[in-house]
Design a protein around this ligand. Structure first.
Ligand code: GRF
Length: 221
């Protein structure tokens, strides 16, 4: 059997998505080879250590400039020769140069049905606007925030008693299933670009990516 694709994970916080990827790794075609955090106190680093994966703290506040920080970040990433770079709650804006360097090898998960609700505090904004639907999107990272091609999108129907906290929990439960799945789409070679069009197996993906909903995800093991 061929070696699995190598994946580097960048995060800044709790790392529950990292944990989901670690837990599901045996079922999928990726191998997490390092975890890097721009925050030394990120709990995600502890999760990596517990899984015997190199865990690197790179405090952005200790770097003299964004450029120096990113150069160091790139050097660490390249040391592990990853095929893919996965942002999992990584809370620093990456420069256009960084994004270009890893073009089409860099993905992110965002807690909204993109292209709606880019940016922060998505649950609060969705509730405030009285929306009926919400969700999460896995997408390629481009220089424009939360705007690259969408790979997978998971949706849920907002209930009358939902709060910011309950929505956050419901969305994250979906994230923990779709992110490992989306990474596997890449690492297994099932997802490819033909020009700017994404294909999954032999089907072109529409603009909103591969669609799943909460019921389907809850019903799957
Ligand atoms: C996720 O909800 C993701 O949508 C957003 O950041 C959060 C990270 O959570 N980009 P965790 O650190 O994986 O628990």
């Amino acid at each position: 059997m061929n070696a699995k694709n190598r994946v580097a994970v960048l995060l800044s916080g709790n790392g529950s998505n990292l944990q989901a990827m670690l837990d599901q790794q045996p079922d999928y075609s990726y191998d997490i080879v390092c975890v890097i955090s721009n925050r030394p106190d990120a709990f995600g680093l502890e999760r990596a250590k517990a899984a015997n994966i190199p865990a690197i703290a790179l405090d952005h506040k200790a770097a003299p400039s964004r450029q120096v920080f990113e150069d160091t970040l790139i050097a660490h990433i390249e040391r592990f020769a990853p095929d893919w770079i996965i942002l999992a709650g990584y809370m620093r804006i990456l420069s256009a140069d960084f994004v270009a360097r890893f073009a089409r090898r860099l993905i992110n998960i965002h807690p909204s049905l993109l292209p709606d609700y880019k940016g922060l505090r998505t649950h609060q904004r969705v509730l405030g606007d009285g929306q009926k639907k919400h969700g999460a999107s896995v997408h390629f990272v481009t220089a424009e925030l939360d705007s690259g091609a969408i790979i997978v999108q998971a949706s849920l129907m907002i209930e009358v008693n939902d709060t910011e906290t309950s929505l956050c929990q419901r969305v994250q439960a979906m994230e923990h299933k779709i992110y490992p799945m989306a990474v596997d789409f890449l690492t297994s070679g099932r997802l490819t670009f033909l020009g700017d069009q994404l294909w999954l197996d032999s089907d072109p993906l529409d603009q909103k990516g591969y669609q799943v909903n909460e019921q389907q995800l809850l019903a799957s093991p």
